[in-house]
Design a binder for this molecule. Sequence first.
Ligand SMILES: [Ca+2]
Ligand SMILES: [Ca+2]
Ligand SMILES: [Ca+2]
Length: 320
Amino acid sequence: MCVKSFISVAAIAAVTGLSASIASAQITIPTVPIGNPGNAADPFPGNLYGSVSYTYNIGATEVTNAQYAAFLNAKAASDPLGLYNDSGVAGGMGGLYGGITRTGSVGSYTYSTVSGRANNPVNFVSFWDATRFANWLHNGQGSGDTETGAYTLTEDGMITNTITRNAGWQWAVTSENEWYKAAFHQPASAGGDSDNYWRYPTQSNTAPIPGLPPAGQANYNKAIGNTTPVGSYAANYYGTFDMGGNVFEWNEAIVLAFTRGFLGGSFSSVGNLPADARGIGYGPLAENNGLGFRVSQVPGPGSVALLAVGGLVRARRRRA
Ligand SMILES: [Ca+2]
Ligand SMILES: [Ca+2]
Ligand SMILES: [Ca+2]
């Protein structure tokens, strides 16, 4: 499949294009379509996730340092929103676990990817950083707004942790069910588990072998100790990579009143890969070396009608 070559093109552009052209260049987020709309949730005891009524696209990989650096060059010359992190463990994005450095001074900051880490997942990003990235994609990148679009980021809404995805979204941080379905769902009729859901996001009910490929099957369990380039391991049923490990991925779920969900395990965590490893989430301001995100996208015009139906179904359920 062509996902890797797309990423390479983006990475090369980011590495060689330098800041001036990064700011104006459009980045590409490779996505895969997630069909089977209206699938039932995972029946595994205690798991109620994975049902999505509409067709959507999801990022084939975690958002990468190259993609996020392009966002920073477009929107963080002064960075009043704290989109860049240089204070996290080992120096944040510019340190051992990151992959983006910043030069210049306030008003003229420029950002570059670290050699060899352009294609690693971005980390040290809060949930709000992720929603701002999604808004920027939604608004066409470039000088596109970060505070409106898929999410209306009001100060009050962020403080109370009540912000949800707007109708009419084009790009968004994955919802919990979008993420869960892409990670674990595979119809039994298409070779999946008998109940249509695997326990691990590697098309298996057995934990993957941690470590580097080819012997290793996922980057988790501290076997490697750092992020790996996205797509280093095999894709799962829908064609997504690294839903097991590399970095945990934020999702929109308001798990507790003061947290947002994240799923999938990370290089810096022991376990947490299985479908039933939901946890209580992180406060939306959390930023650490093992936490990144992935985006969802509304599919092309052919699916709009279907999506509208899905939206109505969701609206009705919410009112019920
Ligand atoms: Ca931040
Ligand atoms: Ca199962
Ligand atoms: Ca991951």
